[in-house]
Design a protein around this ligand. Structure first.
Ligand SMILES: NC(=O)c1ccc[n+]([C@@H]2O[C@H](COP(=O)([O-])OP(=O)(O)OC[C@H]3O[C@@H](n4cnc5c(N)ncnc54)[C@H](OP(=O)(O)O)[C@@H]3O)[C@@H](O)[C@H]2O)c1
Length: 363
């Protein structure tokens, strides 16, 4: 491998190894080259552990032994995110990069939460922007939290051919194929938190855990489950209070006796504003990626507030009947609706179903 883009691409692959473990930190990968050959690789595994750059330097020291320091002095580093220049849980990477005399640093994407590696890197040549879009996509939740003060928000829906999400009885289990359900469990594992509406809790009593995702179960961190309960319908007996993982409840009833539950500290919840909630999740809970698994009530409210970044539809070849519940009931005469259209980003087959990823275009 010789091209800078290939080296950065390898750094991005290394970064992806942290998919389930780095939160709330971003995924970061790094390779170090000497005479265009890779001499060290590193990635960030979890908050508090070494950053990718330090792991890559350690890898060079291990691989090259007594020749490592002279090789590092003439080396180039490819890192997917701007190196940190302040002391967090670990010392600044900028110091280590300087200490080992790395000649040039390629950075895929800037990190606005830092105070500028370039200001601290006197004498080091820096090139920013190689595979920037890929690097930003990889950490879209982190960038959303840092730049928009809210998580990246993905809404998942299992729908029939007629856009039904439940039978008239409210029953919605088993609409989609086992392949789609497995994909949803994967999606749950990849998100920091899941927000649902009280309507879904009452109708389905879901546990909202990630099971059978295909990922190494030891690595899966159960997403935080978030329920907005404006009319105090939760009793404490629901499945979310019995299963592994934690809950965060927005409700004025803070008396639910549960070992795995926190309550939003402001109980005057009749006025709960969805924008404030998602900002609170970013600021106070460091949530990068938020998944929505709700019925149309919560989905429409979020869409109306332009808070959904991506919709994932699992469409099954079934009809749910004329009195079905639909995935959206936004009023078509609502002026705002005409200002939302959707772009299909990707369509794949999953078992008998189609998985359709859409992006709302808000104007
Ligand atoms: N197929 C699928 O993928 C899928 C997934 C989930 C659910 N479902 C089905 O969907 C149905 C439930 O739908 P649903 O619409 O009743 O449930 P929902 O979307 O889970 O919850 C609706 C509730 O959200 C609350 N809400 C609405 N706007 C709000 C706002 N601006 N701020 C805060 N809270 C707000 C309201 O609660 P208050 O009443 O407290 O005001 C409303 O009753 C069930 O039949 C379930 O099986 C299907």
């Amino acid at each position: 491998m010789t091209s800078p883009a290939e080296h950065m691409s390898e750094a991005l692959s290394l970064a992806r190894k942290g998919l389930l473990t780095t939160r709330p930190n971003p995924m970061v990968g790094c390779v170090i080259t000497h005479n265009e050959k890779i001499i060290g690789r590193g990635w960030h595994e979890k908050s508090g552990d070494n950053h990718a750059e330090i792991n890559a330097i350690h890898d060079v020291l291990k691989n090259l032994g007594s020749n490592a320091e002279s090789a590092l002095e003439n080396s180039e580093m490819y890192v997917t995110l701007e190196p940190c220049s302040t002391t967090g849980k670990t010392p600044p990477c900028s110091e280590a990069i300087k200490k080992y005399g790395i000649k040039k640093v390629f950075i895929a994407s800037e990190d606005n939460s830092q105070d500028g590696f370039a200001n601290k890197a006197d004498g080091i040549e820096i090139e920013v922007g190689l595979l920037r879009e890929d690097a930003r996509r990889l950490n879209r939740g982190f960038f959303s939290r840092i730049e928009k003060n809210r998580p990246f928000i993905s809404a998942k829906m299992g729908v029939g051919l007629d856009a039904g999400i439940a039978l008239s009885s409210g029953e919605s289990k088993w609409i989609t194929s086992s392949e789609s359900r497995k994909d949803v469990h994967k999606m749950r594992a990849e998100n920091d938190a899941i927000l649902t509406g009280i309507g879904t809790i009452v109708a389905d009593n879901p546990s909202l855990t990630s099971r059978d995702s295909g990922y190494d179960e030891d690595k899966v961190m159960q997403p935080l489950r978030i329920v907005i309960d404006r009319n105090n319908k939760l009793t404490g007996n629901e499945s979310i209070f019995q299963v592994e993982g934690n809950n965060l409840i927005f409700s004025s009833n803070q008396n639910i006796d549960s070992h795995n539950t926190d309550f939003y500290p402001n109980p005057s919840n009749k006025e709960i504003n969805l924008k404030e909630i998602v900002q609170y999740l970013a600021k106070e809970k460091s949530i990068n990626n938020l998944m929505i698994e709700s019925g149309s009530g919560m989905f429409d409210a979020l869409l109306d507030e332009q808070l959904i970044d991506e919709i994932i539809l699992y469409q099954a070849p079934k009809l749910l009947g004329k009195d079905r519940k639909s995935f959206s009931n936004l009023d078509v005469t609502n002026e705002k609706l005409s200002t939302i259209d959707f772009q299909i980003i990707e369509t794949t087959n999953l078992g008998e179903d189609k998985k359709i990823i859409l992006r709302p275009n808000y104007k």
